[in-house]
Write a protein that binds this ligand. Structure first.
Ligand code: AMP
Ligand code: MN
Ligand code: MN
Length: 333
């Protein structure tokens, strides 16, 4: 989107929001830091403007995000009261809200706030910027246009979104803009040390145990250019870990030197496998995830595919190998 289109979309979003009294906010299933931070920050801002707000998420927040203001007000069901406007954050398609899809689809107006390269536009207004490291950056821009004074609570939510989606400002998506916004959020009252400690340094014993199990399953592939690991449902039962305890495990795989793609395969209910993919930039893993019904960003993507752990692993790794071979060929040529 060029600047004029961005401004036009933002103005339309502002007009819709300003003319509404009640708003439903939603985000993707298994919400992460950006999903929660963007939703909760926007919720506080809209409440500050006198609007009635529903914070909707099909799945609960992982425990490490319970400290975010308003996290205890998340609901997995739409309220009984109606709303004129729905705003969906950090979703590259409306299906990503899971069972809440119909509640959003029937609202008179819908706004899509997203930063995925695989965004399949939905709603009548799109605030989509694949150059933004986090949806929270786009929300911050919207708050400016709405004339919201960012207080410490709003700033903490949005800072958590940027912190987590940039991998603590280490991933390739981190830009001067990410750092500028983060700096303004800190000036507004977000506390970097406290937020990082709560998200990254209060891991449960079970989650750490699960990480240990995953690391014993490390397997190099394709001359060690691919590093993968698998977790079975049994591993969760043995360690007492919950599904959201897999967060962060992929970062240990991606930190291995020489690796170009890291893949984590997690067996979930109903003969399905949740796949996390990370790339060093030499291949686009969002494209790969999309071909398996998922999505994401060029360097961080995911999908949930039907089949046994071994079947899904073999299919996904075959796709990764062939993409790497094509990229090796094109670099050689
Ligand atoms: P994860 O590996 O779960 O941290 O996800 C990495 C990125 O891929 C995030 O931007 C997710 O939004 C995206 N992603 C993961 N799973 C899916 C899915 N099933 N469908 C669409 N996008 C996904
Ligand atoms: Mn997300
Ligand atoms: Mn995001």
């Amino acid at each position: 989107m060029n600047e004029t289109m961005v401004t036009r979309s933002r103005n339309r979003a502002v007009a819709l929001i300003q003319s509404s009294k009640a708003v439903y906010l939603g985000t993707h299933v298994r919400p992460d830091g950006d999903a929660l931070g963007s939703l909760l920050g926007l919720a506080l801002a809209l409440e500050g403007q006198g609007k009635r707000v529903a914070r909707l998420s099909a799945d609960p927040a992982p425990q490490s995000y319970w400290f975010l203001p308003g996290a205890d007000g998340l609901s997995c069901e739409p309220p009984e009261w109606p709303a004129e406007v729905g705003i969906v954050v950090d979703c590259d398609g409306l299906t990503r809200v899971g069972p809440l899809e119909s509640a959003f689809a029937r609202l008179p107006h819908l706004i899509d706030i997203d930063h995925h390269g695989t965004d399949q536009a939905f709603g009548e207004v799109q605030l989509v910027d694949s150059g933004a490291a986090a949806a929270a950056e786009i929300v911050y821009g919207l708050l400016g246009a709405l004339g919201v004074q960012t207080d410490a609570a709003i700033a903490s939510c949005l800072y958590a979104g940027i912190l987590t989606d940039t991998g603590r400002f280490c991933y390739g998506n981190t830009t001067a803009e990410s750092l500028r916004i983060a700096s303004e959020l800190v000036a507004a009252g977000a506390e970097p040390h406290d937020i990082a400690r709560r998200i990254y340094e209060e891991r449960s014993f079970a989650a750490t145990h699960l990480l240990g199990v995953a690391l014993t399953r490390l397997s190099p592939n394709h001359d060690s250019e691919i590093v993968s690991a698998m977790l079975t449902r049994r591993d969760f039962a043995d360690t007492g870990a919950t599904p959201s305890d897999t967060e962060g495990i992929i970062d240990h795989l991606r930190s291995i030197g020489g690796r170009r793609v890291a893949a984590l395969f997690v067996e979930v209910e109903g003969e399905q496998v949740r796949v996390s993919l990370r790339s060093d930039g030499s291949v686009d893993v969002a494209e790969m995830a999309l071909s398996f019904g998922g999505g994401g960003h060029a360097m961080a993507a995911g999908c949930t595919a039907p089949g046994s752990l071994e079947e899904v692993r073999d299919r996904v790794l075959a796709a990764v190998r062939s993409a790497l071979s094509r990229s090796n060929c094109s670099h050689a040529g």
